[in-house]
Design a protein. Structure first.
Length: 395
């Protein structure tokens, strides 16, 4: 009996230890599914989501049963060793460890790993997009790596719960989207520049247009690009391209002082272009019909008044006039394809395959209201800063 008692206790400890490990595997897998599903914010209510919900319920029920059994054993033999082991194990567990869990079917494991792969891919994409300022300063190698990540997201290797079919017909696509990354000049997110490309009839003309866009950006190198948005409603796309430029870049041109710097006054504004959108290709693309271009939120005093009175470039009317008088001309209607969509991320490509990655910031489908922008060239802000930091006058 003296020998039997230690052996019996040892066996009980081993049994309890194995139950702890199995319970932890189930618990961790459940947490992985719960975390991944919440990160998707239930992007669709398809069969995959219902399947996951049912799976989690079943796993949670098994976990509760195991917990009851463990508590009974723990009252007799203690839990110190098992708790320490589980604490170490939690830090090292990942999807690869789950492969050893016999409770998971092949389909369940594939779903879990695909979800984890999707999150890792998206994280890598967003890090590079941020570090290269939306792709403006991306090297050739970084652009190639981004194309690989984006192609992976667009592929069918991920489960249907990661993306939405028929994206341009989905309500998820409605709202305000900010440009996170582009493989080309950021302003080509505008339907105006897409329409300009659609006018080109040959590959040679398309290459010339690419060169023109690159030179256009180089000529405006002293300007700083701010927010670039697309606001999508059921039948309308509004593109907002915010930009600022130094209004007095070199004061030595205007004063006797030999100083090559500028003054902290900027010209700000947003170039806003609008187009009608029609879903085509079974809900995978839009056909764009360019309408108007205008400047909103200018902080140039006299110009602001003229612009706010409704001065616009009537692109569609101009195109109709050309159609009536130039036999070979027709109003361009470029196709803008959406290759990936969920409730947070949208990937779109123009007719040449140039890629644009957008992040959804709100459900709002109304254009930005720029009426609150002061038309003062930033002078009021400069004076307030001088007062707050040096003069300290109370107003």
């Amino acid at each position: 009996m003296k020998l039997l008692t230690p052996i019996t206790l040892l066996l009980l400890k081993l049994i309890a230890h194995e139950k702890h490990v199995m319970s932890f595997t189930i618990s961790t897998a459940t947490k992985q599914f719960t975390s991944l599903k919440s990160s998707e914010n239930d992007t669709s209510s398809n069969g995959s989501t219902d399947y996951l919900n049912g799976l989690e319920t079943e796993w949670q029920r098994d976990e509760d049963t195991n917990d009851d059994n463990e508590n009974s054993d723990e009252d007799n033999i203690g839990t110190s060793y098992s708790s320490e082991y589980l604490d170490d194990l939690k830090t090292d567990w990942d999807a690869d460890d789950a492969k050893d869990d016999e409770s998971l079917t092949q389909d369940e494991m594939s779903l879990l790993i695909n979800k984890e792969d999707y999150i890792n891919t998206l994280q890598s994409l967003l890090i590079t997009a941020s570090s290269t300022d939306r792709g403006q300063f991306a090297s050739t190698e970084q652009k190639a790596a981004m194309e690989e990540l984006i192609t992976k997201l667009e592929s069918s290797s991920f489960t249907s719960s990661a993306t939405i079919s028929n994206p341009t017909e989905s309500s998820f696509i409605l709202g305000t989207w900010e440009l996170l990354y582009s493989s080309t000049q950021l302003f080509r997110s505008s339907p105006f520049f897409m329409a300009g490309r659609a006018v080109c009839q040959t590959q040679e003309e398309a290459e010339r247009y690419d060169w023109f866009c690159d030179m256009h950006r180089a000529a405006l190198a002293i300007s700083e690009i701010g927010k670039v948005r697309q606001i999508i409603s059921s039948n309308r796309m509004i593109s907002e391209f915010e930009v600022s430029v130094g209004s007095v870049p070199f004061i030595s041109d205007f004063t006797p002082f030999r100083y090559s710097g500028g003054l902290p006054f900027t010209i700000n504004g947003a170039i806003v272009s609008s187009a009608d959108i029609t879903s085509v290709d079974d809900g995978h693309a839009w056909e764009l019909f360019m309408d108007t271009v205008e400047i909103k939120g200018s902080n140039v005093p006299l110009l602001r008044r003229v612009l706010d009175q409704g001065l616009k470039l009537q692109s569609r009317s101009l195109g109709s006039f050309l159609e009536s008088n130039v036999p070979s001309y027709s109003n361009p209607k470029p196709v803008f394809r959406t290759t990936f969509l969920n409730d947070k991320i949208r990937i779109s490509r123009d007719q040449d395959g140039k890629v644009f990655v957008y992040g959804k910031v709100s459900e709002n489908t109304e254009p930005t209201d720029y009426k609150g922008v002061d038309a003062d060239l930033g002078l009021l802000g400069l004076l307030e800063g001088l007062n707050d930091n040096f003069l300290k006058f109370s107003i």
